[in-house]
Design a protein around this ligand. Structure first.
Ligand code: NAP
Length: 287
């Protein structure tokens, strides 16, 4: 492997804890190498209480920018100079640009999901979207869809107060979208899906550790005109997506979201388009 770190190389990276499992270093470094960009991406495990020091260090090192992951996506806002309007409403930041010493925060998670929908040629403007789950990913997706023109967003979650928080946030800040929250029951989900266009699973049900599980137990909960997205990317086809295929639905897995949230950060830092196909091959090819 040729050395590609020089005195001029610009630093980017990830601040969080844990970070060792992250696919972001591989994603960004493969893209930098492919486009011969003089950047490097490192993952930094930041212990509790050291976030501000870590951010100051990135500033001192004149890092071009960095990603933020759990558990600091909300806390980081206290240490930034500016935050984009959508990230402000979401209340969390996953990407920071160092604009000549001024730190600007963005959230590319929800936008990454929307880019993936667009790649799948699925319209979301003016549509009704139903979301299962009300954690960090659900919040970013729900708010971003509302921000970008969805007509109605319904969030169902086992803990109603978490879904309420998302719906209230949307109704208070984005007046073009109507949001509602419900406690998760499959019967309520089925009812909401009757006239919905898109259903998104934002719970971890169906991940590698519980592949035989699905957020729904009965295939008749779905209907063939529904677009079903699962943001899980391991496995590539969750049980929910298999059920959705059987019901005749168009489907989308979580790969597009994870890649596009990175591609949007890459564009913010470098001004260049990430080589998406190369990155997909590097990260998800089983060879
Ligand atoms: P999170 O903040 O921990 O939220 C998890 C949500 O799922 C919560 O609403 C939780 O309900 C609900 N939930 C968890 N276990 C459940 C169960 N057994 N039954 C019913 N509901 C359950 O997690 P997150 O960061 O939003 O991530 C959620 C999933 O999305 C994970 O699988 C993650 O890998 C995936 N993800 C993918 C991408 C991507 O780019 N493709 C990005 C981020 C996350 P309560 O509120 O009741 O606790």
């Amino acid at each position: 492997m040729n050395n590609r770190i020089y005195g001029t190389t610009k630093l980017t990276g990830l601040l969080g804890n844990p970070v060792k499992h992250s696919i972001s270093p591989n994603m960004h470094n493969s893209a930098f190498r492919k486009l011969a960009l003089d950047y490097a991406y490192l993952a930094f495990e930041i212990e509790d209480g050291f976030l501000e020091d870590a951010i100051n260090a990135m500033k001192i090192f004149k890092a071009k920018g960095f990603n933020i992951t759990m558990p600091y996506k909300e806390k980081v806002i206290d240490f930034l100079d500016a935050v984009s309007e959508d990230a402000q409403i979401i209340g969390s930041v996953n990407t920071v640009l160092n604009d000549n010493g001024k730190l600007v925060g963005y959230n590319t998670d929800g936008r990454g999901f929307i880019k993936a929908l667009e790649e799948s040629k699925m319209e979301y403007k003016g549509k009704k979207i139903v979301i299962a789950g009300a954690g960090g990913a659900a919040k970013a997706i729900a708010v971003q869809l509302a921000f970008e023109g969805a007509k109605e967003v319904v969030v169902l979650n086992r803990t109603l107060s978490n879904a309420d928080e998302i719906a209230n946030n949307i109704n208070e800040n984005i007046h073009t979208c109507n949001a509602r929250a419900l406690e998760f029951h499959e019967s309520s989900l089925k009812e909401e899906l009757q006239n919905a266009n898109i259903f998104v699973n934002c719970t971890p049900i169906g991940m590698k550790s519980n592949v035989d599980e699905s957020i729904i137990s009965d295939i008749s909960t779905l209907h063939k005109d529904l677009f079903v997205a699962d943001i899980i990317y391991d496995p590539l086809k969750t049980k929910l997506l298999s059920m959705a295929e059987k019901a005749g639905c168009r489907t989308m897995n979580g790969i597009g979201m994870i890649i596009y949230q990175g591609a949007l950060a890459f564009k913010i830092w470098t001004g260049e388009d990430m080589p998406i196909e190369l990155v997909k091959k590097v990260l998800f090819s089983k060879e």
